[in-house]
Design a protein around this ligand. Structure first.
Ligand code: CA
Ligand code: CA
Length: 162
């Protein structure tokens, strides 16, 4: 069962309000995020995924938790998938981590990441915040789940959009 941390919100308005699919980020911003995932996954067998949508009426963690199996994230061999769920218009996000990684990291680890991300989000730096979160999660994954020479990219690094 994946565990996660609390739901976080940020307060600033952001400039990425377009509702059209794939317009939450410019092409360049999207590339920055995907490249951050690629870099992180070069150091770990773990899998990192970013899912974005506009609204989230309920709890961002519950939503991330529901998406986790839908996105195939329960299927990693070592149970080391990490999902960053971001509801742009609702200004909410959550991180959902599978059991393997969750048992390995120290208490408070997810809190540390969410705080760091929220600080960036609140100052309007959405992409920087996401990239930072990916880096931090990647470092932890790398420590506990080092890259294997026969590593497979079990989950696409593309941003998925709801
Ligand atoms: Ca992999
Ligand atoms: Ca991947």
């Amino acid at each position: 069962m994946p565990r996660f941390d609390l739901e976080y919100r940020w307060n600033c308005s952001h400039r990425l309000m377009a509702k059209e699919k794939q317009t939450y980020f410019t092409e360049q911003e999207g590339n920055q995020i995907v490249e951050a995932i690629e870099r992180a996954e070069l150091a770990t067998s773990g899998e990192i995924k970013v899912h974005v949508e506009g609204e989230c009426e309920g709890d961002a963690f519950e939503r991330g938790l529901a998406l986790f199996p839908e996105l195939g994230m329960t299927e990693t061999e070592l149970k080391n998938g990490v999902l960053f769920y971001i509801a742009f218009d609702a200004h909410k996000f959550s991180i959902v981590a599978d059991q393997g990684i969750n048992e390995a990291v120290e208490t408070g680890f997810w809190d540390e990441i969410t705080q760091a991300m929220r600080t960036k989000f609140q100052s309007g730096n959405m992409v920087e915040g996401i990239v930072l979160g990916i880096q931090m999660a990647g470092e932890a994954l790398g420590k506990h789940f080092p890259y294997q020479s026969d590593d497979r990219d079990e989950l696409s690094n593309d941003i998925s959009v709801g």
